[in-house]
Design a protein around this ligand. Structure first.
Ligand SMILES: Cc1cc2nc3c(=O)[nH]c(=O)nc-3n(C[C@H](O)[C@H](O)[C@H](O)COP(=O)(O)O)c2cc1C
Length: 349
């Protein structure tokens, strides 16, 4: 591991409290995406100078989830985080205990539920807790839980999320933390796809970003080829937030969360019929699981954010990180007057 890290030394371009606290070259975390973010992706992101998070997802509640004890060894000791969907982990808390018995993650990220029941154990082990939140109220709970960092997730995000948007949520939480808990780091998530998004997030008061969708389309992600093709072709008008899919497949998500996915035959069929889908709770569970296994993305969802319109390739994770930080550093260095003219970016050089 030492020699692998020594052979590639990412050049820091943007120093923030996040890079200092976690010893990173770049203020970028890859999101712990269920099914998508395995050990290979986390490893590539960490090797490139960010911090890769492995998706612990539903803690094994769903069939076919990647096994953490197979994914984590792929990191060969390199630094990484692991993220869980909190309400699912609450049903299967031993998964975290077993994980912490065998591995030493750099951090644990909890999203979608009350993090407090898990906090003390993590504090005892001195493992930083990251809490992904969608509201100010949830941020308060995260502070109470002693989170090292709060991830402010806007509704632009791919996968599950809430109702508030990145642009106002991040500065509101930055102000809140400055008043109430100035040592708590703030990360922005939702719609951050490139250097423009990273620069914007830092200007809004974040110490770094969590990027998900951008890494769905990369060489090291566990994304099915048929899903990848849809992602590369789609524009940002083609995603939707829906609660119908979780109702039909019988997953007990609270209705404060919805699921951002690419439009497909299923989302069109169930558009504006969410109450009806709820009344049919779980009736599609087998059909949906079959479609997922068969990579039938007319039925199974392709989870991706509104930023999908900014994705037109599936490069190496390292290339994504490099071009993101380079452009962000350029934009931040040159000031906002020249921002927003992608076609004229060469003028900036
Ligand atoms: C395919 C996919 C799966 C996701 N799965 C999870 C998950 O299991 N746990 C979680 O905390 N967040 C999950 N997320 C949300 C991310 O943590 C993050 O908030 C989001 O990707 C950020 O927005 P972006 O997609 O616009 O980059 C997922 C996102 C995507 C795109």
């Amino acid at each position: 591991m030492e020699s692998a890290e020594a052979s590639f030394a990412p050049r820091p371009l943007l120093r923030t409290r996040l890079t200092a606290r976690f010893g990173l070259a770049h203020p970028i975390l890859s999101a712990p995406m269920a099914f998508i973010a395995g050990g290979a992706l986390a490893d590539a992101v960490s090797q490139a100078g960010g911090l890769g998070l492995v998706g612990g997802g539903y803690a094994g509640l769903l069939p076919g989830e990647p096994e953490l004890y197979e994914e984590l060894p792929l990191l060969q000791g390199r630094r990484h985080g692991v993220g869980f969907i909190t309400w699912a982990l609450q049903q299967r808390p031993w998964v975290l205990d077993e994980l912490l018995g065998s591995f030493t993650p750099t951090c644990i990220m909890l999203s979608f539920g009350d993090p407090r029941p898990f906090a003390q154990h993590l504090h005892q082990l001195r493992i930083p807790l990251l809490c992904q939140v969608q509201t100010l109220q949830q941020a308060r709970l995260a502070v109470e839980a002693g989170a090292t960092a709060i991830v402010a997730q806007g509704q632009e995000a791919g996968g599950h999320g809430g109702a508030r948007s990145t642009l106002p949520l991040v500065p509101e939480l930055a102000d809140y933390l400055a008043r109430q808990s100035p040592d708590t780091l703030l990360l922005a998530a939702g719609g951050i796809m490139d250097g423009r998004g990273l620069a914007a997030a830092l200007l809004l008061g974040a110490d770094g970003v969590v990027m998900g969708s951008r890494f769905v389309a990369c060489r090291q992600a566990r994304t099915a080829l048929a899903a990848l093709q849809r992602i590369i072709q789609a524009n940002g008008d083609e995603t939707v937030r829906t609660t119908a899919i979780d109702a039909l497949r019988g997953l007990p998500w609270s209705d404060v969360y919805s699921y951002r996915v690419l439009h497909n035959a299923l989302t069109r069929q169930w558009a504006h019929r969410e109450a009806e889908a709820r009344s049919m709770y779980g009736s599609w569970s087998e059909r949906y699981e079959q479609a997922r296994m068969n990579q039938d993305f007319d039925t199974a969802a392709v989870a991706v954010g509104e930023g999908v319109g900014l994705i037109d390739d599936a490069p190496d994770a390292q290339a994504i990180i490099q071009r993101t930080v380079e452009l962000a550093a350029l934009l931040l260095g040159r000031g906002t007057a020249q921002y927003g003219l992608p076609g004229k970016r060469e003028d900036l050089g």
